[in-house]
Design a protein around this ligand. Structure first.
Ligand SMILES: N[C@@H](CCC(=O)N[C@@H](CS)C(=O)NCC(=O)O)C(=O)O
Length: 199
């Protein structure tokens, strides 16, 4: 697997995911701030929007962090990060896995840009409803799928990690404990150390 990344970006999620999977991968840095390596033809083919993260694996070319996490989880079922097709919880797992990019991300933009909420018009509802649904989803659980840590927690956990860093995570024991559990994972700690600003 070739992983196109840049420090201090959403590519961080994939570093975490790959470290959880514990499989070899090649990291190729694309500097989205200076444009260095953005014109690498392999990167252009892998990421039509010119964004990181992107991942290639033979003929597979992926450029969305949700899709990449699902791909890695399904490719290495022995890592225990997926919910397999025969399991009745498979689609609940996929729904949560998509929640970061479909709901949390646009809700964060609403918050950062101070856009007035329009619950019924915006696909993400509102920042406050997103927080409420996430809190309810995690309530009484260790991880979003219960006792098992899955790729959906990499997506949700990375979002909650960022929300906390920017002071946007409410004072909720459910969410604060969840982010602490995520940060205690060795794979997340490795990902953080690999995400340091480059000199
Ligand atoms: N939906 C994408 C978003 C990726 C994204 O927005 N990446 C930003 C960095 S955080 C980027 O590469 N920006 C550079 C650019 O658009 O030129 C995902 O989650 O993978």
């Amino acid at each position: 697997m070739k992983f196109y990344w840049c420090e201090q970006t959403r590519a961080f999620r994939i570093t975490w995911m790959l470290e959880e999977a514990g499989q070899p991968y090649e990291r190729i840095r694309v500097d989205i701030r200076t444009g260095d390596n953005k014109d690498d033809p392999d990167f252009e083919a892998a990421s039509p929007m010119g964004k990181v993260p992107a991942l290639t694996d033979g003929p597979v070319k992926l450029w969305d962090s949700g899709a990449i996490c699902l791909y890695v989880a399904d490719k290495y079922p022995e890592a225990g990060l997926t919910v397999d097709a025969a399991d009745s919880q498979r689609f609940g797992f996929i729904q949560w896995l998509m929640f970061t990019n479909s709901v949390i991300e646009p809700a964060m933009v609403e918050k950062f840009m101070n856009v007035p909420a329009k619950q019924e018009s915006y696909g993400h509802g509102s920042f406050d409803s997103m927080i409420g649904v996430l809190e309810q989803g995690l309530s009484g659980k260790t991880w979003i799928m219960g006792e098992r840590f899955t790729a959906a927690d990499v997506l949700l956990g990375s979002s909650v990690h960022v929300l906390e860093k920017f002071g946007l995570l409410p004072d909720s024991a459910t969410l604060q404990d969840y982010v602490a559990r995520c940060r205690a994972r060795p794979a997340l700690q490795t990902a953080l150390s690999l995400d340091e600003p480059q000199t």
